[in-house]
Design a protein around this ligand. Sequence first.
Ligand SMILES: Nc1ncnc2c1ncn2[C@@H]1O[C@H](COP(=O)(O)OP(=O)(O)OP(=O)(O)O)[C@@H](O)[C@H]1O
Ligand SMILES: [Mg+2]
Length: 503
Amino acid sequence: MRELEVLIQAHYPLIYLITPEEERAEQAIAAITQLKPPRKVFLWTVTHGIIEYGRPRTLTQHNTVSPEAAIEWVVRQREPGIFIFKDLHPFIDSASVTRWLRDAIASFKGMNKTFILMSPIQQIPVELEKEAVVVEFPLPNMAELDDMLNMHLKNSFSRSRRLSTDEREKLLKAALGLTRDEADKVYRKAEVVAGKLTEAEVDIVLSEKKQIIKRNGILEYLEVGETINSVGGLTELKRWLEQRADAFTERARQYGLPQPKGMLILGVPGCGKSLIAKTTARLWGLPLLRLDMGRVYDGSMVGRSEANLRNALRVAESISPAILFIDEVDKAFAGAGGSADSDGGTSSRIFGSFLTWMQEKASPVFVMATANRVDRLPSEFLRKGRFDEIFFVDLPNSDERKEIFRIHLTKRREDIARFDIAQLASACEGYSGAEIEQGLVAAMYDAFAQNREFTQLDIIAALKSTMPLSRTLTEQVAALREWARHRARPAASMIAEYQRMEF
Ligand SMILES: Nc1ncnc2c1ncn2[C@@H]1O[C@H](COP(=O)(O)OP(=O)(O)OP(=O)(O)O)[C@@H](O)[C@H]1O
Ligand SMILES: [Mg+2]
């Protein structure tokens, strides 16, 4: 908001303002222009042409519906002013609109005139890239939401009692990341549903936020039932995560600790990378947002993919502290960094914006990325300091396999004393956690089809009848291990690592 104020007061000729909140942005601009020296504000839309802000419709300037005519009208104005063009983006790529804009800006010298192109997505033709300053209009902060909540409580028909500071903060935090209209709606909804607006209604506010994240279509709000105890092995990784459980609290800041930025978990397929990433949200008590890179890419319009990414990151930031989970990041960014850009450089640009965001982000969004191939990841991604830590998850050793069996058997049967876990573990050397689970499920199906309880032998038979991936992908696994040996930290305990080397 401050940035916008500075740009307007410094008479920047062309500001591209990204926001879905037209009304709130208009109000903010109008407030800025009241300051010295006051400037008139005009609005253009393709439906009405140019009208003056805050004046009745009758003042519509005639024949300014077409973008070219509207820009020409702006050029002819002698007085200083702010000219807000709403949703010019569908027209901006036209040669004449671009040219008109460039000429108009050139004519603005010393005139105190400013174009503000307001639109929910960023679309700027190359010809204008140098002239335009892009600003994202921030979503409402705690203070603004607080004002709104106060108004609600004042006008409330309901029996809302006075809120304690703590309760109030919870209600406000739950609405962070929403636009003002959305927050307004959800507070009203909570009042209608519950007849009051208190701490107990936080869940209603949050559920609305989940809806919005769903509608956004790129981020997904994951609800994770499993805890970190359902992950076998990976002792070091778990310890690292447990140590940082309170890393996003005010207490940690006061202690002088930096906020963790993120981690990359590399490893053999099926060994629990995704699983541990998901359970971390539970452990840390933070919302888990999955960023689906596949949905970021959108070839329908130039700049669309970048806008998608920015949008998603902004939502993530606004509900932070949160964990941003990017599963299989090697697939998402394959193609970036390579010379063979099949998509006109989109993946490189997306990758670039993502790195910049990671570098600069001040908000407590912890990035948790997983990958199973390093050769497909651009090397900038793996550079030291990018992530707090890069962990390598290897195939489970015998003790870890025992633990994995114990976990998965316990999930399915109350009494597991009849199984010889040590024998099971030795029957599946080279198997991943996922393969162990699959073997167990296959054994259960076999027995179920024969209408009996499954046994130790069923499991061993099921395991023996499959070939673990590590045996078919020996080279790939070996290459990954070799790479990780010098550059990543083992996720397993030191002892497990030592036993592995003995082999
Ligand atoms: N260490 C483990 N402890 C317990 N269960 C495991 C473990 N590893 C894998 N599993 C089981 O296998 C399933 C699949 O594992 P997960 O998806 O986490 O593997 P991954 O490492 O992400 O594999 P990929 O590289 O293929 O994405 C898990 O949901 C879990 O049920
Ligand atoms: Mg996975």
